[in-house]
Design a protein around this ligand. Structure first.
Ligand code: UDP
Ligand code: MG
Length: 316
């Protein structure tokens, strides 16, 4: 009998967590040949998520929890969860039932019988979501894939099952600023993508606003690509060539026709234009510099406050 760990990052999920475990349990009961264990990660929730977890752990033997000392973000929560898995397979999913556990049998089949290392979900329809957000989401995936070698299919969500081997590979990537969608594809292995219909959140609220998503997208691009830096050097060369041509023209003009004083508009335009480009370029360099800064500090990705997982159950 193989063990499957279910890693669930939770932030302010007190309303829905119990329901999530109950629904998932009803699915698990119908699956034979596998044992399941929950690894619930409380990512510094401001509500009573931790108490709900503790209660669930008392009621069900197979519920393990890790509770952070503060909010470290979903990426850190997933990493912590993975570090505490020992199962032959690991599932990662959201706590809000937007990732239907009813798909378990199909996902498990792909990794146990069909020889895949991973089976991941891809969202098809985004009901209840604004066109605006969908547009930016599409644009993000397109840009990400154009700029980086690490490809991510459109609509990829953090709902997947992976083999032990793949999880161990992901754990070896110990960067502080984690962008899991990229890390999952960076490690390689064979992934089976299954499309599914997105459903609305049952309880609680999404904590992702537009600004947070924008920063997330920026993280994704700067984590996996240096194309923006190359773009700056490219732009530099183009501007240099244009400037050279213009200098030659002006020089010849001056030599032949003498000094033509009016030139206020061109001077102003060139100065402002160059200033803008400088600022923009420094900004991009700054983004990368900031990332290096954060990585070199080498701080832990998360800090645990409470857990019911014993030291020897851990996997490093
Ligand atoms: N989450 C987390 N830490 C955070 C924000 C979210 O662990 O700082 C968890 C959250 O509890 C949920 C999952 O990540 O299980 C996805 O969050 P959410 O449903 O808010 O995002 P969406 O479904 O809108 O992408
Ligand atoms: Mg959600």
């Amino acid at each position: 009998m193989s063990l499957i760990d279910i890693v669930v990052p939770c932030y302010n999920e007190e309303e829905g967590l119990r329901h999530f475990v109950e629904v998932t349990n009803s699915v698990i009961e119908g699956i034979e040949g596998h044992r399941f264990r929950y690894i619930l990660v409380n990512d510094g929730s401001k509500d009573k998520t931790y108490l709900v977890m503790k209660q669930l752990a008392e009621e069900y033997d197979n519920v393990k929890y890790i509770s952070f000392s503060r909010n470290f973000g979903k990426e850190a929560a997933m990493y912590a969860g993975f570090q505490h898995t020992t199962g032959d397979y690991v599932i990662v999913m959201d706590a809000d039932l937007q990732h239907p556990p009813q798909l378990f049998p199909e996902m498990i089949r792909e990794v146990t019988l069909n020889g895949y290392d991973c089976c991941a979900l891809r969202r098809t329809a985004r009901e209840g979501e604004s066109r605006f957000r969908e547009f930016f989401s599409k644009m993000f995936f397109r840009m990400q894939n154009a700029l980086s070698e690490t490809k991510m299919p459109y609509g990829a969500v953090d709902y997947r099952i992976m083999t032990r081997q793949m999880v161990d590979s992901i754990l070896e990537l110990s960067e502080v600023q984690r962008f899991s969608k990229g890390l999952f594809s960076w490690v390689g292995f064979n992934t089976k993508w299954i499309p599914y219909q997105s459903v609305d959140r049952e309880m609680g609220q999404t904590t992702w606003n537009f600004w947070k998503l924008f920063k997330y997208a920026l993280d994704g691009i700067t984590s996996f690509s240096v194309a923006p830096l190359r773009f700056i050097s490219g732009m530099g060369i183009v501007i240099f060539v244009i400037a050279l041509i213009y200098i030659l023209i002006t020089l010849i003009q001056t030599l032949i026709f003498g000094i033509d004083v009016p030139g206020y508009a061109t001077t102003l335009m060139v100065t402002l234009f160059m200033g803008g480009i400088m600022e923009f370029s420094i900004g991009i360099v700054g983004e990368y510099l900031g990332r290096i800064f954060m990585e070199t500090k080498d701080r832990p990705i998360y800090i645990i406050h409470h857990t019911n997982i014993e030291e020897d159950e851990k996997n490093d």
